[in-house]
Design a protein around this ligand. Structure first.
Ligand code: FAQ
Length: 333
């Protein structure tokens, strides 16, 4: 069974013994943990942490890592059909960056006592999630630009605050990831801007693509706060620094002026600046659609998972060869 987590070997022996011997020690350890959180300091892998904190981090970091890896598929679909050598080189580099992000995040999760292989198996068995956005198809090359602009844009809004998350390895991974995501967003915007300066047909392609991706991009931030079971505890632990609705608002406020500069319309007739709130008002995404997508019933869920499962199976010989090589080296050293 692959869902079982491997034993926690990251905590020192003395720490483990202390945890086993007396309840008083547990109370002290917990108080130390709470103090660290209160002071906005980092929790590191060898520090004591409540089991719920560890589990929540594994869930969130794994889901994030899986999103980066599955997220390679919709854009990877266009690598062989890029319209020029320049666009192909840019797209290849971007998709490769996403693979790197996945690896940083799996490494951060491994410091919590779970292996990348276990997490991958949980993903392909449907026991862990990945972002809803990657269950939508990419139907034209404009989608490469829209993903960069809106999907990486949403990722940046969500992930910049995560650079200050309370778990050290996750926060440090996010710093590097955010730097790269900013380039991704700019390349998407630049691609769309180039198309908007092109023919009527190209402008129509951009508009059609933005119409399809706007609502799914807003869903990336998760359910509304009053329907988000994890937000309150994750905020109290400093894992999340903002609520889902706060980040969604930030995304809308950031994107509306960019859409105006680009010359596209966002598909929400209720979008309007609210002087009193100092924010844009906008409509609710279709939360029934969101629930269907995260339950596995989105347009591409089956295809994305089947592709990931196939890649994992095709890579079995590489993992076996690497394991055999490592064992041989150990035996001869
Ligand atoms: N999709 O209680 P909450 C990227 C689930 S990376 C699927 O609010 P939480 C880069 C949630 O897991 C994009 N499931 O949950 C890129 C929970 O179910 P569970 C990924 C979702 O964790 C760009 C349930 O709903 N980014 O795009 C989604 O407090 C271009 C209740 O929700 C991250 O993962 C969703 N959208 O808040 C790559 C960032 N939303 O697990 C390639 C880190 C919610 O209990 C190309 N993650 N759910 O069964 C987070 O910040 C949080 O996990 C949230 C959700 C905000 C996503």
């Amino acid at each position: 069974m692959c869902g079982r987590l491997i034993p926690d070997r990251s905590v020192s022996k003395a720490h483990r013994e202390a945890r086993m011997t007396a309840t008083l020690d547990d109370t002290e350890l917990e108080a130390g943990f709470e103090r660290t959180i209160e002071h906005h300091d980092r929790i590191e892998p060898r520090d004591w942490m409540p089991e719920g904190y560890r589990k929540t981090l594994i869930r969130q970091i794994a889901q994030h890592a899986h999103s980066e890896i599955i997220g390679m598929q919709p854009e990877g679909n266009w690598i062989t059909r890029a319209p020029s050598l320049r666009r192909k080189a840019i797209l290849l580099a971007k998709v490769q960056d996403e693979a790197g992000h996945g690896l940083y995040l799996y490494s951060a999760a491994e410091t919590l006592g779970v292996s990348r292989l276990q997490l991958t198996e949980m993903l392909i068995e449907g026991k862990q999630k990945y972002s809803s956005i990657f269950n939508y198809p990419t139907l034209s090359y404009a989608d490469v630009g829209t993903i960069g602009w809106l999907v990486d844009g949403a990722a940046i809004c969500n992930q910049v605050p995560l650079c200050r998350t309370s778990f050290g390895p996750y926060g440090r991974a996010m710093i590097r990831i955010c730097k790269e995501e900013s380039f991704h967003q700019r390349q998407g915007y630049e691609l769309l801007m180039t198309m908007m300066r092109g023919t009527d047909e190209q402008r129509a392609m951009v508009q059609e693509s933005v119409d399809r991706f706007w609502w799914p991009a807003l869903m990336m931030f998760g359910p509304p706060d009053d329907e988000s079971p994890n937000t309150a505890q994750s905020m109290a632990w400093g894992i999340k620094r903002n609520t889902n609705d706060d980040l969604r608002q930030r995304m809308v406020d950031m994107t509306v002026p960019q859409a105006e500069a680009l010359g596209v319309t966002l598909p929400d007739p209720t979008l309007a600046w609210n002087e009193e709130r100092g924010h844009y008002d906008f409509a609710e995404p279709d939360w029934d659609e969101f629930l269907q997508v995260i339950k596995g019933n989105g347009p591409c869920n089956a295809q994305r998972l089947a592709h990931r499962r196939r890649a994992h199976e095709d890579g079995a010989w590489v993992r076996e060869a690497a394991t055999a090589y490592a064992a041989k080296r150990e035996a001869t050293s």
